[in-house]
Design a protein around this ligand. Structure first.
Ligand SMILES: *Cc1c(COP(=O)(O)O)cnc(C)c1O
Length: 544
């Protein structure tokens, strides 16, 4: 295949801009060739226009020759350049799968090049024959995307090769998500196909979308044209050196990919179980295409809860679909919590759902709390302090609230921040989840008596106050300092805006602490009880 014949005449004839750094290559001791400022090293110098050292590293990682790489400001840059190199505006056309990434059409439109869409099968698989049927003598480029966006699936290798061998023009395969299915990359057949261009990016698996750095891989001849047409200094010094350094952490990228794939599996499974979700499509990428009941409504409801996904309803073959990027475990859990709460019949009948998620990160602690007041007492607690976990566990179990608490604190310093910050965040979660407080009992009290006498009374009246009348003789129970118990309830009553009165006496310190938490949980259970038929505020002042 003669690639030269496919190049637009003006591009073939183009004499590219020759910059100072092109004309003199090598090391000089004094640079007076580029009208740079001699001061402010190293930022005063123009960067390497061909990014040689960065490409050398990428070539090693990707197992290609450096001369087969063109670096771009994101992979969006090569998409545009490829169209400008091969397509005569108003004359030539591009053929692409549908649905796919929107930038191909935008770049075609900007360049005034006809863009022909060929539907994928209903299961989003590729039909090479149909794609090639749409080709005519003016077709210069075919765009494929694998794994495809927004459908998430890899395209079949054999079908793609049929397209590449059956088309007398350029085939671009966009592999933006290939790090999530690395074995499927077409880079290994790059040398077989002079008309193949593979696009990859640092924006997804490598976690550098803000850096704007992408790659095109192709024959030396095509790379030569891309270099001729691009802005001479398209990648600045900061990008080149930063990306170069990040490449040393490939194993970290691989761990991220593993984590995201794990999360993708569990998110897909849990989404499937929700009644509002009709179908979760299989994914080879870091997102899920999900068919839901009333996509526009769900999209808006999620936005109201502070969660933004991509609404793909209305795109070809994606009727009723949302595209959901896989986030961290906590983010995915929150998404699931919010969607399942929307499914909650109580919620749909207009009664507020009493759930909250609180995230709190400081230099000392990193805390995640998820609370469902109307749960069944399910708990999942890990603070790094065994006895503290045990106490917090009492709160969930004996109040009937579902409670997840995950804390990573500076326990190497001491227990103080972990206990205090957990209390602050838990109080905040209680306060948020209680919401309007309509219909609730508001007051709770409990006085259990086994070998310890503990009494706890509380009032969710909106003002914080603590009476704490007990003494511990031991300094610590497990690793938990007993002096921190008072501190815990003080911080909790502050952020939950509750009035709390605690008294306890007894011999066994473990039982006494546990008794306080149990009594506290029972008092909460009483105070949060809600009468759905009496949706009033339990206050004569009209506010709490
Ligand atoms: C995200 C994405 C890209 C990446 O674009 P950059 O400009 O490199 O950030 C390319 N192609 C597809 C299909 C994408 O989804």
């Amino acid at each position: 295949m003669d690639i030269t014949k496919l190049i637009r005449d003006n591009i073939r004839r183009l004499k590219p801009y020759s910059c100072a750094r092109n004309e003199f290559k090598g090391e000089a001791s004094i640079y007076l060739d580029a009208n740079e400022n001699p001061l402010n090293t190293p930022y005063n110098r123009y960067p390497d226009p061909l990014q040689e050292s960065l490409k050398a590293k990428i070539a090693r990682i990707k197992n290609v020759r450096a001369s087969q790489i063109m670096m771009g400001v994101g992979s969006d840059e090569p998409i545009d350049l490829i169209i400008r190199i091969f397509c005569e505006p108003g004359q030539d056309n591009i053929v692409a799968i549908d649905p796919t990434y929107g930038m191909y059409q935008v770049c075609a439109d900007i360049n005034n090049v006809e863009y022909r869409k060929v539907l994928l099968h209903a299961d989003y698989s590729l039909d090479a024959g149909q794609l090639l049927n749409a080709v005519d003598g003016q077709s210069k480029i075919i765009f494929l995307c694998s794994p495809n966006n927004p459908t998430g699936n890899l395209l079949n290798h054999t079908e793609m090769e049929k397209v590449i061998t059956g088309f007398n023009g350029i085939v671009v395969v966009d592999e933006a998500y290939i790090d999530f299915s690395p074995d499927a990359s077409l880079l290994k057949v790059l040398d077989h196909y002079p008309n193949l261009i593979v696009l990859q990016t640092f924006s997804k698996a490598w976690g550098m979308a803000s850096v704007r750095c992408g790659m095109a891989f192709a024959s030396e001849e095509i790379i030569g044209y891309l270099n001729k047409v691009k802005y001479p200094y398209n990648l600045n010094l900061l990008t080149q050196s930063f990306v170069g350094k990040q490449l040393d952490f490939e194993s970290r990228k691989n761990r991220w990919v593993e984590m995201i794939i794990d999360q993708r599996t569990s998110l897909a499974k849990q989404l499937t179980d929700l009644p509002r979700i009709e179908k979760v499509y299989p994914s080879d990428a870091n997102f899920l295409l999900v068919k839901v009941q009333d996509a526009n409504q769900l999209y808006n409801q999620l936005v109201e809860q502070g969660i933004v996904v991509r609404n793909r309803n209305g795109i070809s073959l994606c009727l009723g679909c949302l595209r959901i990027t896989v986030g961290t475990r906590e983010e995915n859990e929150e998404l699931l919590n919010v969607i399942s709460a929307l499914n909650d019949p109580l919620h749909n009948s207009g009664i507020e759902m009493r759930k909250a998620v609180v995230k709190r990160t400081t230099n000392e602690t990193d805390i995640y709390i998820s609370l469902d007041i109307d749960g069944t007492g399910q708990t999942d607690i890990s603070t790094g302090l065994g006895f503290f976990d045990h106490l917090l566990d009492q709160i969930g179990r004996h109040s009937g609230m579902d409670l997840t608490i995950r804390v990573r604190g500076d326990l190497h310093v001491d227990e103080h921040h972990t206990v205090e910050d957990t209390a602050i965040a838990l109080g905040e979660a209680l306060w948020k989840a209680l919401g309007s407080k309509r219909g609730i009992e508001r007051y709770g009290f409990c006085l259990p008596m086994d070998d310890c006498l503990c009494s706890v009374a509380l009032d969710f009246g909106g003002r914080s106050w603590l009476v704490y009348d007990t003494n511990f003789n031991r300094e610590k129970i497990g690793e938990m300092p007993t002096e921190m118990l008072r501190h815990f309830f003080k911080s909790l009553s502050d952020t939950a805006k509750m009035n709390l009165n605690i008294k306890a006496e007894g011999e066994n310190e473990h039982h006494k602490a546990e008794g306080i938490f149990k009594a506290f949980a029972r008092a909460i259970k009483m105070a949060i009880r809600r009468d759905a038929h009496n949706n009033e505020l339990p206050s004569t002042k009209g506010m709490l």
